[in-house]
Design a protein around this ligand. Structure first.
Ligand code: SAH
Length: 567
């Protein structure tokens, strides 16, 4: 919940606007401000104070406990010009909240956290828990002084600045990426903890939580592994409601994942035994469950039993390490303009450590990349090679963004990439505004009823196939958007396609031509099937042909939705 506190009429108006914009997410704290701030601070995850920063500082100062637990606090000035992230920029989410508040109120977000302001990722924004001497290592990163990167394995992290590298001097501060515990080395060290470990647990009915937790902790400690890297406890379905296991998981802060006994029985394990086979129907629970949730991974700690004093053991555990899974984001950049690039696409570009794409698309977004992002750019025609290298880099465990204009899945790189990608990498698709939609918005409302996109490029598709589809669209009276309509070497396809459509549509059918949509050289025109001059069309153009109901209204293409009130 976001607590809203205001002292003046203007502040109360702004608070009411936020409350209206975010129904269910905010609570207005009325009454004397000191008391209101105190209550909101205790009850809310975040605060927006419509007060001066000085007043807010004095009010929250006595309430502060701990960076990890305190709410994020944002201040908005009386003139609502600025939304200032005052406290809890990362942990409390105040930086992001300041941006959101600014968006609603038309204010400017003010973020002073060094790492956000400079575009260098804070160590706590890399998507992994971080521990150790975080402030000292983060300062070195910000200063641009050498920091030694010491990663067990490649992990799909966002780009790190160039000063963070494996071959930095031995006495430099260290950024570790590891699920292992390490002895202090003398240099300041911070450790990012990947969620790489799966702990398999077997237990008898009514096992005490302390026995489970004690055994898990001992197994990890003896193997030199960190509990902060445990992703989950895994067990057999029959133990899904075993209180001791659930409580141990709760205390570790991880979920419990269960599997049917017959599934676990098929997992090859080093130490099968008769007892669980009789009790739950699989010769292994701990080892089999750990391995089942770490496909392609390795068993680090074979089954071991608890050793309670004076009675029989009630618990077994085993620890497996997951194989590294790289991350491939397929990111559509939209038709060209920066404000048609979605916030999600922007976030994925900053999530990546490698960007793969056509040189002209890379140029479009280079300024958005984190410092240190590796760029693999290639020229026109190297599609296969781009798809291949994006998948190969993701397989190496990296966070890769494969970019394309418009939508990355529309006549673009997503299909060749996914045709090659196996289930050993994570894939994230980010939709983009495709040319047909960007053009339609310029032309009016041509896509108001059923429509189809057709590419007229016969470089990879035989012309007979294209022609058959144009014919089908003509017969079905679909609105048609032609991609790749015409280039220097391909000049007869568009007239031919229009001729086919003309067999089912009148010469006066509206046709929209949109060139370089949302780019510096944008132009568009609405004409008719009979009057379109194909020589005005080139490769950065889409051509949208209306159906038999499409009309021109005040110069705009309008395809009725077909409702009776619109006939
Ligand atoms: N993935 C892209 C399409 C790639 S095919 C998308 O979703 O938009 C390339 C064709 O798209 C071009 O020949 C042209 O027909 C069309 N196109 C791409 N961007 C365009 C733009 N900004 N304006 C007009 N047409 C565009």
């Amino acid at each position: 919940m976001i607590g809203l506190i205001a002292a003046t009429a203007a502040g109360r108006r702004a608070a009411a606007e936020l409350a209206a914009a975010w129904p269910g997410r905010t609570a207005v704290y009325d009454g004397p401000v000191a008391e209101a701030v105190r209550r909101a601070f205790a009850e809310c995850g975040q605060l927006v104070c419509f007060l001066a920063t000085g007043a807010t500082v004095r009010l929250v100062a006595p309430l502060l406990v701990d960076k990890a637990a305190d709410p994020g606090v944002v201040c908005v000035d009386e003139g609502r010009r600025f939304a200032v992230a005052l406290l809890g920029g990362h942990g409390g989410g105040a930086n992001a909240l300041a941006a959101d508040v600014a968006e609603v109120l038309g204010a400017q977000p003010v973020v002073t956290t060094a790492t956000d302001a400079t575009g260098i990722p804070g160590l706590d924004t890399l998507g992994l828990p971080v521990e150790g001497e975080v402030a000292a290592v983060a300062r070195a990163v910000l200063d641009g002084s050498p920091v030694r990167l010491d990663a067990d394995r490649p992990y799909p992290l966002p780009a790190l600045p160039p000063c963070v590298r494996a071959d930095a001097p031995a006495d430099a501060p260290v950024l570790r990426v590891s699920d292992r515990t390490a002895a202090p080395s003398g240099s300041p060290a911070a450790t990012l903890r990947p969620a790489s470990l799966v702990v398999g647990v077997g237990a008898s009915r009514d096992v005490p939580a302390d026995e489970v937790l004690g055994l898990v902790e001992a197994a990890l400690a003896d193997a030199g592994l960190s509990a902060a890297s445990v992703a989950q406890l895994s067990t057999v379905d029959a133990k899904a409601d075993e209180p001791g296991i659930l409580e141990a998981a709760r205390r570790l802060g991880v979920p419990v994942v269960t599997h049917p006994a017959d599934e676990l029985a098929t997992v090859a394990v080093p130490n099968p035994s008769a007892a669980p086979l009789a009790a739950v129907g699989t010769p292994s629970v701990a080892e089999a469950a750990a391995l089942a949730d770490a496909p392609g991974g390795e068993l680090l700690v074979p089954k071991r039993k608890s050793a309670p004093e004076g009675r029989a053991a009630m618990c077994t555990v085993a620890v497996a390490r997951r194989a590294v899974r790289g991350r491939l984001a397929l990111v559509g950049l939209g038709p060209g303009a920066r404000d048609l690039l979605t916030p999600r696409a922007r976030a994925e570009l900053r999530r990546a450590s490698v960007v793969v794409g056509l040189d002209q698309y890379v140029d479009q977004i280079r300024d958005l990349l984190r410092p240190g992002t590796r760029v693999e750019e290639s020229g026109l025609g190297a599609e296969e090679e781009r798809a291949h290298s994006a998948v190969r880099l993701a397989r190496e465990g990296l966070a890769v963004a494969l970019i394309g204009s418009g939508d990355a899945g529309v006549y673009a790189m997503a299909s060749p990439a996914l045709a090659e990608a196996g289930d050993d990498i994570d894939v994230v698709g980010v939709p983009g505004v495709t040319a047909a939609l960007a053009a339609a918005a310029l032309l009016g409302a041509p896509l108001g009823h059923d429509h189809v996109s057709l590419s007229l490029s016969d470089l990879h598709t035989p012309w007979e196939v294209i022609e058959r589809r144009v014919r089908a669209a003509a017969e079905a009276d679909l609105v048609v958007t032609f991609y790749n309509p015409r280039s220097r070497g391909r000049d007869w396809q568009l007239p031919k396609a229009l001729d086919i459509l003309a067999t089912h549509r009148t010469p006066g059918t509206p046709v929209g031509v949109a060139h370089g949509v949302s780019r510096a050289d944008e132009w568009h025109t609405v004409t008719t099937l009979a009057e379109l001059d194909p020589t005005t069309v080139d490769m950065t153009t889409v051509v949208t042909v209306g159906n038999t109901a499409t009309r021109l209204v005040a110069g705009r293409m309008v395809t009725p939705r077909g409702y009776r009130w619109q006939q």
